[in-house]
Design a protein around this ligand. Structure first.
Ligand code: ZN
Length: 162
């Protein structure tokens, strides 16, 4: 319902899940924090300027947006979301976090809405005076080096294992 992906759409997240080595995919299997038969969580390759450590949660099945997300899968995503929010809060020097999930690209807007057309929920750590809503636009994202991403992965894996 309300889908935008063309028939030949190249899905970055399905490629990551398949373990493909494609230059278009910045996320790597080593970015994955948690995975089971239904859902996967990983540290985002592109991060917001003042909110490092952003986590993405996706269903393993290709579902474009929330309109098509089966209720059982939604429940699994939100159960993991809660565990990750607690892990983020405990592992990072953050003071809270925020959940964001775009449905559909928004043409002509500064914040362009959904970029990858595979349902994804973002857990964004909040830091004191981060001015997140000033810097959360698309132009303020940066590619975090892989070794730095690994540090966040380790922190969260350790917390989830407790
Ligand atoms: Zn996909």
């Amino acid at each position: 319902m309300f889908n935008h992906a063309p028939v030949d759409y190249f899905c970055l997240f399905c490629s990551l899940l398949a373990g493909e080595d494609d230059k278009r995919v910045y996320s790597k299997p080593a970015d994955i924090i948690y995975q089971d038969d239904f859902v996967t969580a990983f540290i985002a390759s592109h991060q917001l300027k003042n909110n490092p450590g952003l986590v993405i949660v996706i269903p393993n099945e290709h579902v474009e947006n929330i309109y098509d997300l089966p209720d059982e899968l939604s429940a699994k995503i939100h159960q993991l979301e809660k565990r990750l929010c607690i892990a983020v809060r405990e592992a990072y020097p953050c003071v809270g976090n925020v959940i964001r999930q775009h449905n559909e690209p928004i043409e002509g807007a500064k914040c362009k809405g959904q970029d990858v057309l595979h349902y994804h929920l973002q857990i964004i750590p909040r830091y004191s005076d981060d001015r997140m809503y000033e810097y959360a636009e698309d132009g303020e994202r940066y590619l975090m080096p892989e070794d730095e991403r690994r540090q966040y992965v380790e922190l969260l894996r350790d917390k989830l294992a407790l």
